[in-house]
Write a protein that binds this ligand. Sequence first.
Ligand code: NAD
Ligand code: UD1
Length: 344
Amino acid sequence: MKKSLLVTGGAGYIGSHTVLDLLEQNYEVVIVDDLSNSSKKVIDTIKKISQKEDSLFFYQLDLKEYAKLEKVFEEHHFDGVIHFAGYKAVGESVMNPLMYYENNFFSTINLLKLMKKYKVFNFVFSSSATVYKNVPEMPFHEENPLGAANPYGRTKQFIEQILKDLSYSDDHWKIICLRYFNPLGADKSGDLGEDPNGVPNNLVPYIAQVAVGKLSHLNVFGTDYDTPDGTCIRDYVHVNDLAYGHRKALEFIFSQDKGLYEAINLGSGRGYSVFDILHSFEEVVGKAIPYKVTDRRPGDIARSLADISKADQLLGFKPRSDIKEMCQDTWRWQKKHPNGFSEE
Ligand code: NAD
Ligand code: UD1
């Protein structure tokens, strides 16, 4: 019999790609998403690409509404849960911390209470590289000290702690927190990808919008970092590799008899500078992408790189896409859907 999974935030960027992967692997998927940062069109697109309409269920609801969420648990038996839902914009979390603490905590608490009530103990949580304290030594290893520097990051760090406490309290729980580094790329169809609200904050969506003519130029935030070309270095990982990492995490959980709690990095294990990404994108697009060098962005760190050996050893996770493929796939999506899901 097919295993059934609840995927919260499954209409979002990483969630939607993970749902596609899970449907391809013959899971039944129930998406719960309030569409606060996504579109109903994502659900239609997943159905179209996967051709697995019968295995996909969608509920538009806010996880903070306990009674409505309970109805979903009454209607379905779940073998596991992947929890992507949450707010994720660092700057917005600094301006409006209560909104972030309320949404990310209350949603998670409701979900965990219902999982406990309905005896669903298999859980994969979207954490982030932002939980790490900034230290000069790279790469970040899972045992590194934590010290998120903003409210968004602190929601991730505190939720990890809640999950650890939960796993100590009852050894039925099998919990994996996946700490993502910098996701990019899109589904090969070019019909599913990242669709940021307004002007993008992140590098690659910004470059893609310059390339397609929606923005005039990229602002390169500082060329005076202590790196080979003076710009910051990040660990970029294809969103499809993240999707596959979630599947591997679930398979690991299902293979274990005893309770477990693990935090695991998901990245590519390779670092690229802002100029590396810009030039790789120019190669894919086949034209120069205008840019201006500006001051540093407050809060940016020179390097962020993942040690992915734990993901390999425990989950058998090996990233499959290189930076060129990530840029090609992002570009295919951006070119085909310059206005994302709001175009039609
Ligand atoms: P996203 O915003 O595209 O997806 C999140 C989804 O959750 C959205 O569809 C949104 O509508 C939904 N949502 C938010 N609050 C909800 C609520 N209360 N009830 C129901 N649905 C709700 O984000 P993403 O980039 O796909 O990220 C997914 C997860 O991964 C997030 O938790 C994010 O913090 C984490 N993460 C993302 C990145 C990144 O760079 N994208 C990096 C590290 C961690
Ligand atoms: C951002 C988030 C982080 C999140 C991560 C994953 C902040 C402060 N941090 O980190 O919480 O986990 O995304 O996606 O928002 N850059 C430019 N010009 C731009 C945009 C970015 O030069 O217009 C540079 C930045 O200075 C940085 C690099 O590009 O050096 C990557 O930036 P970005 O995509 O925003 O990711 P992070 O800073 O790693």
